[in-house]
Write a protein that binds this ligand. Structure first.
Ligand SMILES: [Zn+2]
Length: 231
């Protein structure tokens, strides 16, 4: 068994992060990626317990770094993360290598249909797009992401619905703005994992995808530590 960590590291946002992003694309609120980690109890190691311990606080949007999204993200009556059983997040998955896809290309149902996806699989589509344009796997942070990224077609989403895909994950931004296609995906009850990396380290086509959400109630998304297991 081999484990590949496809999660992005969580690091505090640099001080000028917000300003840079807002210059690039107003439609993507930069606050979505702003993570703050700070100590709430600074240890005094030369003193006895309890002073000799470190306690930190994490202040983060639930859409920072690698996270899993449920229909409530895009639909008023959509299901929340906590409404899904855990087996939704531990699933057989098919890895689809589309690194040959150029900027502005599309990915259609007929192309996905050649990939041997079984019913109830999750799917992981690799293009290396975010890696290529150098944003460490974070989608949507520049205008180039929104415009140049390969896109899924509507029939690709319909095909996923027929296949009962449990989770879709991609290393590119698969829907054009303003996002009707994303609404369509969520209306088909397909979950989405955003911002993944290391897909080039996966060597097998059939793997297990594990991406457990935090046990938080009444939210549309949570951070996740997503891994791929090769058996
Ligand atoms: Zn998100």
């Amino acid at each position: 068994m081999r484990i590949i960590d496809i999660s992005l590291p969580i690091e505090p946002s640099p001080p000028d992060y917000e300003r840079k992003l807002s210059v690039h694309h107003q439609a993507f609120p930069p606050i979505l990626q702003k993570v703050e980690i700070y100590p709430i109890w600074v240890p005094k190691w030369d003193q006895p317990l309890p002073n000799g311990r470190r306690v930190s606080k994490l202040h983060t949007p639930l859409h920072a770094g690698t996270h899993v999204e449920a229909p409530a993200h895009m639909l008023e009556q959509g299901k929340m993360i906590h409404e899904y059983p855990l087996d939704r997040f531990v699933s057989p998955a098919t890895v689809i290598n589309m690194t040959y896809k150029a900027d502005h290309s599309t990915i259609s149902a007929s192309e996905l249909d050649k990939e041997g996806v079984d019913e109830n699989d999750s799917i992981i589509i690799r293009t290396d797009f975010t890696k290529r344009i150098g944003t460490k796997g974070v989608a949507g942070t520049t205008q180039k992401h929104w415009i140049d990224s390969p896109k899924l077609t509507k029939d690709a989403i319909d095909w996923m619905a027929e296949k009962k895909v449990r989770i879709l994950t991609t290393d590119f931004l698969p829907w054009p703005l303003p996002g009707e296609l994303f609404v369509h995906l969520m209306s088909k009850d397909i979950l989405y994992i955003e911002n993944v990396g290391n897909l080039d380290q996966i060597t097998k086509k059939k793997v297990t995808l594990v991406a457990l959400p935090l046990k938080i109630f009444d939210v549309e998304a949570t951070l996740t530590r997503a891994i791929v297991i090769e058996h």
